[in-house]
Structures are given as structure tokens and as C-alpha cells.
Design a protein around this ligand. Structure first.
Ligand code: HEC
Length: 135
């Protein structure tokens, strides 16, 4: 009886040890880390695919809607309002290169890249073109 109990204890101990040992293998650790990495990579791929769907870059309208509308929608801080010729014409007269330069590097209260840190130069350009469209 006493011996059987002892074997029982050893059996349980071995089982617990085996499970713990298994959990601590590299494979188990990799297996636990893997889903996080996969999700991250999948997200990056999805972003890349979304960007490709838009011709490699976000459209000017999209960039404007996410990064520029806060100020250029209603003229916050004196920002020229989207599609308002009277606001934009004197600026357009300076030449597109000047507008582009000011949009990328900042100009008075206009923050560099309109605060869009992940916008490419092409996306900033598209956003300006969208704002001055039809002027
Ligand atoms: C925090 C507010 C704010 C945001 C956000 C913002 N702008 Fe502006 N922007 C301004 C202001 C204010 C001016 C006018 C600056 C001046 O003339 O003194 C301006 C001016 C400009 C000009 C004209 C520059 C010139 O030479 O006359 C361009 C082009 C421009 N913004 C592009 C953008 C683009 C593109 C975005 C989004 C990616 C953006 N802005 C986001 C505030 C903002």
C-alpha cells in the first residue's frame, strides 16, 4: 500500500515534470511567439496590399481626409480651405514646387508633412493636388 502510493507520487511528479519540460522547449516557446509575429506580418502585408490596391500610394483624397482635413477643411489657423480658389490661388501662383516644399518642410503654422509622418512625398503631393483640384 505504501509502495503503491509512492509509485503514484512518482508517476504524478514525472507527468508534471514532463509537461513542464515540454512547455520549456524552444519549440514550445517559438510556438507561443509565432502567432504574434504572424499577426504582425499579416497586418503589414495587408497594409502593403491595400496600398497596392490604391496604385502603390493612398489617393490624395484619402490622405487629405486623414491628415489635412483637420486644418484645411475649415481653415484652422488660417489654413487655405480645400477647393476654395480664393484661398489657394495666390499660393498656387507661387508655383507648385513652393507648395510642395512648404508642405514637406512646414511653413509658419503649417506643420511639416501636415503631421502625416507616414505619408510618402507622392502622397503629400497627391493631397495638395486634391486640395487645389478645379482651381
Ligand atoms: C495643424 C494644421 C494643419 C494641418 C494638419 C495641415 N496643414 Fe497645411 N497649412 C496649415 C496652415 C495654417 C497653412 C497656412 C500657412 C501660412 O500661409 O502661413 C497651411 C498651408 C499649406 C499649404 C500652402 C503652403 C504655401 O506655400 O502657401 C500646403 C500646400 C499645405 N498646407 C498642405 C498640407 C497637406 C498636404 C496637409 C496634409 C498632409 C496639410 N497641409 C495639413 C495648417 C495645416
Amino acid at each position: 500500500m505504501k509502495l503503491k502510493t509512492w509509485f503514484g507520487v512518482i508517476a504524478v511528479a514525472l507527468t508534471v515534470f514532463a509537461v513542464q519540460a515540454q512547455e520549456m522547449t524552444d519549440d514550445a516557446i517559438k510556438e507561443r511567439i509565432k502567432p504574434v509575429g504572424s499577426v504582425h506580418v499579416a497586418g503589414a502585408n495587408a497594409d502593403a496590399q491595400a496600398a497596392e490596391g490604391g496604385g502603390g500610394t493612398r489617393s490624395g483624397e484619402d490622405v487629405f481626409g486623414s491628415a489635412c482635413v483637420a486644418c484645411h477643411g475649415s481653415g484652422v489657423l488660417g489654413a487655405p480651405k480645400v477647393h476654395v480658389a480664393a484661398d489657394w490661388q495666390p499660393r498656387v501662383d507661387k508655383g507648385f514646387d513652393t507648395l510642395m516644399n512648404h508642405a514637406l518642410n512646414g511653413f509658419n503654422a503649417m506643420p511639416p508633412r501636415g503631421t502625416c509622418g507616414n505619408c510618402s512625398d507622392d502622397e503629400i503631393k497627391a493631397a495638395i493636388e486634391y486640395m487645389i483640384e478645379g482651381i
